[in-house]
Design a protein around this ligand. Sequence first.
Ligand SMILES: [Zn+2]
Length: 236
Amino acid sequence: MQYMLALPNGEQIPYHLERRARRTIGMKITANGLVVHAPLRIRQSELETLLLSKARWISTKLQARQSASIPEFQWHDGATLHLLGQPLTLRIIQATRNSSPELAGRELRIATTDPHDHGLIAHKVIQWFKKEARLDFIRRLPILAARLGEPTPSLFLSNARTRWGSCNSRREVRLNWRLIQADPSLVNYVIAHELAHLREMNHSAKFWAVVASIYPEYRQAERDLKACSQQLYLIG
Ligand SMILES: [Zn+2]
C-alpha cells in the first residue's frame, strides 16, 4: 500500500507499506523510494509517529539516492543553464581566442579556442554566474533590509555544499552563488531568512515571525527551494 508521510516542515514523503508477521519496523530506501516493513498489528498513527522520529534519516537517504541518480552536467553547446529561474542556452563558439561568457537574449555565449575544453568552459561560466550573483544580491539586500528596518549588512558570496545562506553576529550575510539560478522569489526568501537572523540568531517561533513579517510566503519558498536544490547544485 502507498501512503504519504507529512513532515513538520510541510514536505510529503510517499512510502510503500508492507505488513508482515514481524516484531520490529524496518525501513529501506529503494529505487522506488521509501519502503516500510511493519508488524501486522501496529496502528497507522503509531507507525507514523515512529517514522517521523526517523524523518531526518529518511530525508538524507532519499536525497543521497536521488543525487546519485542525477547525471553530471554536460558542458556542451546547446546545454540548458538557468538564470533567475529562466532557461539559458549555452552557446560554445569556436574562436581564435578565449573570452568571457556574454549574455545575448536567452543565450549565454562563450568563445573559446577549444570547444572541447569543458573544464575551462565550466570555470568561465561559473565565474560569470558568481559575478551575476553578486550584482543581483547586492541590489536585493538593501531593499529587504529596509523592509525589516535594518541597515544593510555586508554581503559575501559563498560556495557552500549544504547551505543557501548564513548570517553572523558581525552582520555579515553569506549567500550561495548558486541561488542566482533560482527563481527570484527564492533569492528573496533566502535573503529575508538571513536578514531575520540579525534579530534572532536561531530558528525559534520568534525567528519565523520575523521572517514572515518581510516574507509572508516563506513556507512555500522553503518547499520550493528544497524541490529545486539538486538542480541548483548541478553545476559547480
Ligand atoms: Zn537560518
